[in-house]
Design a protein around this ligand. Structure first.
Ligand SMILES: [Zn+2]
Length: 152
């Protein structure tokens, strides 16, 4: 069985900007809103229910660090966000490796407060509103904000 993209170091190193013991934060390669990022478990699991208690505690600690800082960066006034995960073959997931999408939501995000399902429809249609250069700039910004540097 071939490795999925989240299990391949060479696929994640371009967009990773923060890590905890059990999770890594990646900027989405097809962001639907500015600041769209992914919490990805380092261990290959498909379902949140497969996480150990230690991994759940680590995930929650990552939420508490990353979410407020992300809102400070992308929507300091509106402070809204969507946190979603698609689990199981009928959920609409694309990569069968546990990840949570974090989407900063703000008044001018282009979705006027619609549910994430609308946003993910755009994702399925491959509508991306950002260029590779813009994405690289966001990764650079987030690495700076989170004090992250690649180890090698
Ligand atoms: Zn995997």
């Amino acid at each position: 069985m071939s490795l999925d993209p989240f299990c391949k170091r060479e696929e994640t190193r371009g967009t990773v900007f923060y890590e905890t013991k059990h999770f890594m934060l990646l900027y989405d390669i097809r962001p639907v809103v500015r600041g769209h990022m992914l919490f990805v478990s380092k261990r290959h699991v498909e379902d949140v229910l497969e996480l150990t208690q230690e991994e759940v505690a680590d995930m929650h600690a990552a939420f508490r660090i990353v979410i407020p800082k992300t809102l400070d960066i992308y929507c300091p006034e509106d402070r809204s966000y969507d946190l979603t995960s698609q689990i199981g073959r009928y959920s609409g997931r694309t990569i069968p490796h546990l990840h949570f999408h974090l989407l900063p939501r703000f008044k001018s995000d282009g979705y006027q407060g619609s549910a994430a399902s609308t946003i993910f429809e755009d994702l399925a249609l491959n509508k991306t509103h950002f260029t590779a250069r813009q994405i690289a700039a966001e990764v650079k910004l987030l690495r700076k904000e989170f004090g992250y540097s690649l180890q090698h």
